[in-house]
Design a protein around this ligand. Structure first.
Ligand SMILES: Nc1ncnc2c1ncn2[C@@H]1O[C@H](COP(=O)(O)OP(=O)(O)OP(=O)(O)O)[C@@H](O)[C@H]1O
Ligand SMILES: [Mg+2]
Length: 246
């Protein structure tokens, strides 16, 4: 079971003339089979938070770790853009991220490609796939390394509404099946309410504004009263953030 632990995290990027504070004293923990959405306006530090958790950036102060049984956990990262290598086939892109390429690893890669409905495309080049299909390869690839925790940075934001809805459902059923810890960055409050156990709202300047637990059964119908009320509550927080920002 993975534990995400963020303690008094601060990140400052040195700028010309003025430093940029991307994160300011952010603390939260998430453990085991949980789906946490991180929401907030553009520039509030969401990607920086994921990058620090992934080890791509370093904190200025504080700590951010993902551990399993006291050691560093295995972490999958789904980027906002699919980031497939154009000169490798779909299957080779799947295998590229694996430490070794045993039959078992190939079988696992095939299984996750099947889960996202792309078995038939395993020999295709990325350029032969639609944006949504490429994003599905990115998601299958992140799951196929069998990570303890999954970091996702607005993975559906560039897709049309229908494709995004289909992928959200796929992601939800994969999460239910594999019981990962997921940290999911999104601008889309409806998406966050549909998918999450918990929503962490960041505000401009990188401060944690609210940490909401969502005690609603899955699957969630946007037309359901409680789901709609929760969405309205999070949107109200957003409106206040806008008032603060302007
Ligand atoms: N490598 C960097 N160097 C300098 N400043 C950076 C760097 N990365 C991010 N920043 C700054 O840190 C702040 C937070 O950026 P970040 O990308 O984390 O925001 P975000 O919440 O992911 O925004 P968006 O929703 O637009 O993706 C911004 O002001 C940004 O300009
Ligand atoms: Mg971002």
């Amino acid at each position: 079971m993975a534990t995400v632990s963020v303690q008094n995290l601060r990140k400052v990027f040195p700028g010309e003339g003025r430093d940029v504070v991307a994160l300011e004293d952010v603390s939260f923990e998430a453990s085991g089979h949980t789906f946490v959405s991180i929401v907030g306006p553009s520039g509030c530090g969401k990607s920086t938070l994921l990058n620090i958790l992934a080890g791509v950036e370093t904190p200025t102060e504080g700590t951010a770790d993902i551990t399993k049984d006291g050691s560093r956990a295995r972490v999958g990262y789904v980027f906002q853009a699919p980031r497939l290598l154009p000169w490798r086939s779909v299957m080779d892109n799947m295998l590229f991220v694996q430490a070794e390429q045993t039959d078992q690893v190939r079988e696992r890669a095939s299984r996750y490609l099947a889960m996202v409905g792309l078995s038939e495309q395993h020999k295709a080049w990325p350029a032969q796939l639609s944006g949504g299909m490429q994003q599905r390869v990115g998601i299958a690839r992140a799951f196929s390394i069998e990570p303890d925790a999954l970091l996702m940075d607005e993975p559906f934001s560039h897709l049309d509404a229908i494709t995004a809805r289909g992928l959200r459902r796929e992601l939800h059923s994969m999460w239910m099946e594999t019981k990962k810890t997921v940290l999911f960055v999104t601008h889309d409050v409806g998406e966050a309410v549909e998918l999450s156990d918990r929503i962490v709202i960041l505000e401009k300047g990188g401060k944690l504004r609210k940490d909401l637990s969502l005690d609603l059964p899955f699957p969630r119908d946007p037309a359901d009263d409680k789901v709609a009320l929760t969405k309205a509550e999070v949107l109200r927080e957003f409106e206040e953030l806008d008032l603060i920002a302007t």
